[in-house]
Design a protein around this ligand. Structure first.
Ligand code: THU
Length: 132
């Protein structure tokens, strides 16, 4: 898995965003150990609260194709932001449950800025199933 490829794939996903309300298109791509890529983009709705983020769509897309947390090695997210795009709180919670602790998370923008993050740096002290 090349990090540059991960970001290119997130950009491909972004082109499929449906964001007529916010006009803010986000793309995400999940890479698996066996070399598959699953895309996600934000899909909005006239009932705004029903909108779904790119990151969650990408992870759910991968899972609906039979892949699970331990199969994932990379996740990239891209948006047209000044700094690399920052996942929302809901996505951080979902990433912390569905993406492995040692996986690579790349946050990017269209200008080519990229930062690498871990699950724990995105959501320290996450609420998880151990807490139930
Ligand atoms: N959005 C994402 O898809 N991912 C993020 O990390 C931040 C926000 C979407 C949700 C909504 O469709 C639009 O961006 C504006 O918030």
């Amino acid at each position: 898995m090349k990090k540059g490829d991960l970001i290119i794939e997130a950009g491909v996903a972004r082109d499929r965003a449906y964001a007529p309300y916010s006009k803010f298109k986000v793309g995400a791509a999940v890479f698996t150990k066996d070399g598959k890529v699953f895309h996600g983009a934000n899909i909005e709705n006239a009932s705004y609260g029903l909108s779904m983020c790119a990151e969650r769509n990408a992870l759910y897309h991968a899972m609906m194709n039979g892949y699970k947390k331990d199969d994932f090695v990379g996740l990239a997210v891209i948006g047209d932001t000044k700094k690399p795009v920052s996942p929302c709180g809901a996505c951080r919670q979902v990433i912390s449950e569905l993406f492995p602790r040692d996986g690579v998370i790349l946050l990017a923008n269209l200008k080519g800025d990229v930062v690498e993050r871990s699950v724990d740096s995105l959501l320290p002290e996450a609420f998880d199933k151990q807490d139930l």
